[in-house]
Design a protein around this ligand. Structure first.
Ligand code: IPE
Ligand code: IPE
Ligand code: MG
Length: 246
């Protein structure tokens, strides 16, 4: 069902959604399984989400897969995560790109710290299609602060002596993508964990108790309903209600 057919949408469009996919470890621990099993289940959930959001007319989806701080985890867990991400690209991302001519995938974050194998796999997926109408950004070795510093340094290197919000937006890893209308965090924690610090300025933040591997269709519906019930003012007056129309 597209947004325009949605009786609950009130004409509000959701073009861009970003997700902090948290709770894999707790999901596994609750079941007496190793944390890695939670990440395997999490990768399955991640493979299903683009299609779920597309039904609501969402063109830009950004998934937080690994943060610049996640290197602090035990070596075994980091290695398992990197292997899984490689597998996820091979088993889910590349087949999706083959099937769907409108899909375009981009990795946001610092690829230089990744293994050469994984870096090449990311580039393979990015090069598969460089333009489309549905965009999936996968945040890998991503940090919001690092992104801002990187953007400023690249702007300076290009000869700029002064920056503006418009200019810096272009230099962000997400350059050219709209800021997220919604940022969803699963796993119940009320924090942003260095995600999209520049882009989240006016995002609607939705926290779900659902642990990421359990995230599915009902959660997407719940997030959309929650978004439609919110009143976005962007610092002005009530743009959805009667105040601005009076
Ligand atoms: C999110 O799940 C996946 C990554 C951060 C890579 P976690 O592994 O953080 O799961 P919890 O928060 O410990 O349950
Ligand atoms: C955020 O989750 C990062 C990802 C989901 C990739 P974390 O589990 O790393 O966040 P904190 O440590 O609880 O803030
Ligand atoms: Mg976590």
């Amino acid at each position: 069902m597209g947004i325009n057919n949605n009786p609950h949408g009130n004409g509000k469009r959701v073009d861009s959604v970003a997700i902090i996919m948290d709770g894999n470890g707790r999901w596994a621990t609750k079941r007496g399984l190793p944390r890695t099993d939670g990440h395997i289940a999490g990768a399955k959930a991640a493979a299903a989400v683009p299609r779920l959001f597309r039904e609501y007319g969402v063109h830009h989806l950004t998934l937080y897969a690994f943060s610049t701080e996640n290197w602090k985890r035990p070596k075994d867990e980091v290695e398992a995560l990197m292997d899984l991400i490689y597998q996820y690209i091979d088993d889910a991302v590349i087949p999706a790109l083959k099937k769907d001519e409108e899909l375009c995938v981009r990795f946001i974050g610092d690829k230089s710290a990744l293994s050469e194998e994984l870096r090449q796999k990311c580039i393979e997926a990015e090069k598969f299609r460089e333009s489309g109408s549905y965009f999936c950004n996968i945040a890998l070795n991503y940090g919001g602060r690092a992104e801002i510093v990187n953007a400023v340094n690249r702007a300076i290197a290009d000869g700029n002596t002064i920056v503006s919000e418009e200019l810096l937006s272009i230099y962000m890893y997400t350059g050219g993508s709209p800021d997220p209308d919604i940022i969803i965090r699963t796993g119940g924690d009320f924090r942003i964990s260095n995600f999209l610090l520049w882009q989240c300025a006016y995002s609607e933040i939705i926290i779900l108790d659902t642990l990421w591997p359990d995230f599915g269709k009902e959660d997407v519906e719940k997030c959309m309903e929650e978004f439609y019930s919110r009143n976005r003012r962007f610092g002005g007056l009530d743009v959805d209600g009667s105040e601005s129309e009076a």
